[in-house]
Design a binder for this molecule. Structure first.
Ligand code: NAP
Ligand code: G4F
Length: 363
């Protein structure tokens, strides 16, 4: 039985990866942070299961990381923990650097200090945000990086320190340069989930309007459950190498929005341009989507499009066999329609969140 350690197991990807590794017969250990709220929504169904264990550790705390690596003695580490929100990284740049850049170094050093550098394979959750202000489309492993946010700059350090430890110490450590991947478990302030939740709430009369930022931004969106399989494959490969994982297909935020509302039973028509653009309900003429500059970023990455040829050739990644864009939108909307249906009007946490999202108080 192999032993895996997942940092960030409570996150979207961590929860799917834990399920995958358990299904493959791994002993799975995950790190969690102390929180005043004990309910860990995405992994609640796994807690208490045999071969699933949780440990306290923080990416900002070397000692906690060393301790967990020493106690678990993992064969594989999946370093997923991060402050993962690009817009938040402009508000908390130092925290983001500490967790997303120095945190990676702390994990690598913990492995070395525990004497596991020959036996433990490490996956680093790298990102298409490294391409940032893109220098070519589509982007592959040879495309130059041009990070365009504090998040991306921090992740760039993570990418290079992993490469450095691979070359300097011959460690099996690799980066997956993953393009955006979403799911029904996606954090509620990422654009896709914000849209699917709002579409569900508006369709059910629980929200009036959705405010978004740049509707023309382009992303290569896939399904998170498909992508965690690639994380595992990267560590099973015979050589430690970095891989781009993407679908190879690009869509705009506007397109995502159109399809999500359609699935919720509302056909939108977009009129106007830039900050004046609006999404209007074709049936009622009501304005349901508006642009709010509150959601513009100081620098925005607007043209991500991945070329996963290397992963196709070496890992057998076949995006045509994976969840399509339309299927992804539909499964997210369907899950949120169910979730919203049982939201109580008197549930003040939920109600406030919807209101805050709508007014742009929370991004
Ligand atoms: P996510 O849902 O935001 O999960 C992030 C995880 O990191 C959570 O478990 C979070 O714990 C944990 N974390 C944050 N700060 C921490 C700290 N100081 N110490 C310990 N744990 C901490 O992110 P995701 O979408 O699953 O993404 C997983 C990884 O892939 C991230 O590194 C992200 O940057 C990267 N990535 C994501 C995508 C994507 O499209 N999803 C694409 C490329 C790369 P709490 O639950 O306690 O907050
Ligand atoms: O959903 P987003 O916040 O994701 P973003 O910035 O692409 O980052 C995600 O994917 C990265 C991989 O490329 C990960 F590394 C990262 O951890 C994270 O998972 O924004 C997508 C696009 C942006 O261009 C943003 O400007 O949507 C645009 N957008 C338009 N309106 C909005 C909004 N984004 C958010 N979050 N909220 C809006 O209202």
């Amino acid at each position: 039985m192999k032993t895996a350690l997942i940092t960030g197991v409570t996150g979207q990807d961590g929860s799917f990866l834990a399920e995958l590794l358990l299904s493959k017969g791994y002993d799975v250990h995950g790190t969690i942070r102390r929180s005043s709220v004990d309910f860990r929504e995405r992994i609640a169904h796994l807690e208490g299961r045999p071969h699933f264990h949780l440990h306290y550790a923080d990416m900002g705390d070397s000692m906690s990381l060393c301790q967990v690596v020493k106690n678990v003695v993992p064969d594989e580490i999946y370093n997923l923990a991060a402050q993962s929100h690009v817009q938040v990284s402009f508000d908390s740049p130092e925290f983001t650097a500490d967790v997303d850049a120095t945190g990676v170094l702390r994990v690598l050093e913990a492995v070395r200090l525990c004497g596991l550098e020959k036996s433990c394979r490490i996956y680093q959750a790298s990102t298409s945000e490294l391409y940032g202000k893109v220098e070519e489309v589509p982007q592959n492993e040879n495309t130059p990086f041009h990070p365009y946010s504090p998040y991306a700059v921090a992740k760039l350090y993570g990418f290079w320190i992993v490469k450095e430890y691979r070359e300097a110490y011959n460690m099996f450590c690799c980066s997956g340069i993953l393009f955006n991947h979403e799911s029904e478990r996606r954090g509620e302030t990422f654009v896709t989930r914000k849209i699917t939740l709002a579409a569900a709430r508006i369709a059910q009369g629980k929200q009036d309007k959705l405010y978004l930022g740049n509707l023309s931004s382009l992303r290569d969106w896939g399904y998170a459950k498909d992508y965690v399989e690639c994380m595992w494959k990267i560590l099973q490969h015979d050589q430690p190498e970095d891989f781009v994982i993407a679908t190879g297909v690009q869509h705009s935020v506007r397109e995502f929005c159109y399809l999500a509302f359609k699935r919720a039973g509302i056909e939108l028509e977009f009129v106007g341009e830039g900050a004046d653009e609006k999404g209007i309900d074709k049936n009622t003429g009501k304005i349901l989507v508006e642009v709010s500059p509150d959601f513009y970023r100081p620098t925005d990455v607007v043209n991500l499009w991945g070329d996963p040829t290397k992963a196709k050739e070496k890992l057998g990644w076949d995006p045509t066999k994976m969840t399509s864009f339309e299927e992804l939108v539909n499964l997210m909307v369907d899950a949120d329609m169910e979730k919203v249906a049982v939201e109580r009007v008197g549930d003040h946490v939920r109600t406030n969140l919807a209101e805050y999202l709508e007014k742009g108080i929370v991004k």
